[in-house]
Design a protein around this ligand. Structure first.
Ligand SMILES: *[C@@H]1O[C@H](CO)[C@@H](O)[C@H](O)[C@H]1NC(C)=O
Ligand SMILES: *[C@@H]1O[C@H](CO)[C@@H](O)[C@H](O)[C@H]1NC(C)=O
Ligand SMILES: *[C@@H]1O[C@H](CO)[C@@H](O)[C@H](O)[C@H]1NC(C)=O
Ligand SMILES: *[C@@H]1O[C@H](CO)[C@@H](O)[C@H](O)[C@H]1NC(C)=O
Ligand SMILES: *[C@@H]1O[C@H](CO)[C@@H](O)[C@H](O)[C@H]1NC(C)=O
Ligand SMILES: *[C@@H]1O[C@H](CO)[C@@H](O)[C@H](O)[C@H]1NC(C)=O
Ligand SMILES: *[C@@H]1O[C@H](CO)[C@@H](O)[C@H](O)[C@H]1NC(C)=O
Ligand SMILES: *[C@@H]1O[C@H](CO)[C@@H](O)[C@H](O)[C@H]1NC(C)=O
Ligand SMILES: *[C@@H]1O[C@H](CO)[C@@H](O)[C@H](O)[C@H]1NC(C)=O
Length: 448
């Protein structure tokens, strides 16, 4: 049994670049602790023979199984294992949120057969899922497997798969994206946020190497469209080099992390919210109003249609993979090259509002994704992705960790529902403040 390891919480600024503004001390947080760690990911098999048969036929190659995404529901954490290489027996699985084993075996979710490669009723390639406030799991299934091999194989159409977790039956509803929205050879459904308003929307990052963008999917009528902005959604050459734990990789990766801000009332009394995003290979964080993404007519217009609506919030000290916002508008994100977990209160200017909440070069080796549970805890997946893409994973050392800290946060999906004042309901009291400060922030940016 492995001992739990405490991580130092560093309040000091952690800038590598001189250009990064100095940061005042971080607010007090419980330290991040390692709750789970694995050298290699293993599963709950139907039988030992099953495991052996998978190993014999290279359907299970332990060093090829990387955990990437994380989510929480009920008593479980959900983990994703994108099939970037061969030998990944399941692409979505669960572990109990509380257990004494520090390297638990993963239970394929919903089942083994629902993870069968080549069966288009089953899950093929899942990088991230989201669970909304109604207990609906939204699964991004890219359909194409072997994305890091010589021959990526588009087994099935890229799809959204929905599971109503409340029902307990875990029936999957698969909704393929139409071929005129997405090219199954090149699309890469990476991450999503869910906006439970006006018919339930998902805003999805497509970090396709040739056609990056944000895909909007509306659940009520299953319609989808894709919006593009080359400047803010494409990797930039001066940010493609990552140095972590003595390893250097060059990865030009487009729009990747995405987060959703609290609802607020606009000046003309409409409900809106901010969508935050960044390319993996960039130092900038961008924001756009959700109402703009929901405007389908912008998808029909060409490159440049989105440009007037994109706000560049400023730079970070390093690149960021996944990020997640809580219900109060605090963004959690990693700074990969600095081995840092950081936060930002989004009602403060991004230039001065970023805070380091944990820094540790031995334990924070590539922050991939975050989630929150229902007890105020924040969880982080650390996965040494730089080793994985360089094909230098050694199963003799720890490659994957889940860290946990009590931050008092809950997911943005449980944020307050704001109601326009014309309807006779209360509950919008806090919203104008946020709206106001965002306007100030936009002004600050213009004047910068
Ligand atoms: C796996 O391969 C070994 C060696 O070839 C063989 O002895 C064993 O029976 C195989 N197991 C299964 C379950 O196929
Ligand atoms: C394909 O997967 C679905 C869902 O798990 C399952 O019901 C079905 O039996 C599978 N089909 C085959 C041919 O295995
Ligand atoms: C995907 O690639 C295959 C093989 O190159 C090609 O036959 C097919 O037309 C492509 N599909 C699309 C949507 O581009
Ligand atoms: C890489 O990290 C491991 C611990 O995870 C540490 O033992 C080792 O010294 C580090 N190597 C370098 C070059 O930083
Ligand atoms: C959608 O965008 C178009 C410009 O392409 C604009 O004319 C229209 O007013 C917008 N619709 C809404 C509801 O904002
Ligand atoms: C986004 O919404 C805010 C608040 O309604 C508004 O002030 C701002 O002009 C909008 N930004 C853009 C770029 O459309
Ligand atoms: C860090 O420095 C490099 C090289 O000087 C520069 O291109 C990059 O924009 C800087 N990043 C930040 C966050 O300022
Ligand atoms: C974020 O900043 C605003 C404005 O300074 C403040 O009112 C709010 O309490 C802060 N939120 C958190 C969670 O600290
Ligand atoms: C979020 O806001 C609520 C209501 O203002 C407050 O009770 C709670 O402590 C805040 N949580 C955090 C993490 O700041």
């Amino acid at each position: 049994m492995l001992a739990l390891v405490l991580l130092a919480v560093v309040a000091a600024a952690a800038a590598q670049n001189d250009t990064t503004p100095p940061r005042p001390p971080a607010p007090r947080h419980e330290q991040f602790r390692v709750i789970y760690e694995w050298n290699a990911i293993d599963f709950e098999w139907a039988s030992p023979e099953d495991r052996e048969a998978y190993l014999n036929t290279s359907r299970y190659i332990p060093q090829n199984v990387l955990i990437s995404g994380i989510n929480f529901y009920g008593e479980n954490l959900f983990l994703t294992m994108p099939r970037m290489l061969d030998g990944v027996p399941a692409t979505l699985a669960t572990i109990p949120v509380h257990q004494s084993n520090t390297a638990p075996k993963l239970q394929p979710f919903p089942s083994w057969s629902d993870n069968a490669v080549g069966n288009c009723s089953a899950l093929q390639f899942v990088q991230n899922v989201e669970i909304d406030k109604n207990g609906i799991m939204w699964i991004l299934d890219n359909g194409r497997v072997g994305t890091l091999t010589q021959n990526p194989d588009p087994k099935c159409p890229p799809s959204i798969v929905l599971i109503d977790l409340k029902s307990g039956t875990n029936v999957m509803e698969r909704i393929p994206f139409p071929a005129n929205t997405l090219n199954s050879n090149t699309t890469y459904l990476n991450d999503l946020v869910v906006d439970n308003r006006d018919g339930d929307y998902a805003y999805i990052t497509d970090n396709s190497a040739v056609d990056p963008g944000i895909i909007v999917f509306r659940r009520s009528d299953k319609k989808s469209w894709k919006l593009r902005d080359m400047k803010s959604m494409t990797s930039v050459p001066d940010a493609t080099v990552f140095r972590v734990n003595g390893t250097t990789v060059n990865l030009p990766v487009n729009i990747d992390g995405i987060a959703l801000g609290p609802q607020y009332l606009t000046e003309d009394e409409q409900v809106d919210r901010k969508v935050y995003y960044c390319p993996l290979s960039s130092y900038h964080l961008y924001a756009i109003n959700a109402s703009v993404l929901r405007n389908e007519s912008l998808a029909q217009q060409g490159e440049g249609a989105l440009r007037p609506y994109v706000v560049d919030l400023g730079t970070k000290a390093s690149q960021t993979d996944g990020m997640k916002m809580d219900s109060n508008g605090t963004l959690y994100f990693g700074l990969i090259g600095n081995s840092i977990i950081a936060e930002w209160n989004s009602s403060v200017d991004f230039h001065v509002g970023q805070r380091t909440i944990a820094r540790d070069p031995n334990y924070i080796q590539w922050v991939d994704r975050f989630t929150f549970d229902d007890q105020g805890n924040t969880y982080v997946v650390i996965n040494r992705l730089y080793n994985f893409v360089k094909n230098q994973v050694s199963v003799n050392e720890v490659n994957y960790r889940i860290l946990k800290s009590h931050t008092g946060s809950k997911s943005y999906v449980f944020g307050e529902d704001v109601t326009p004042p014309s309807t006779p309901q209360q509950g919008a009291a806090a919203a104008p403040t946020v709206g106001m400060s965002l306007v100030l922030l936009a002004l600050a940016h213009l004047l910068a």
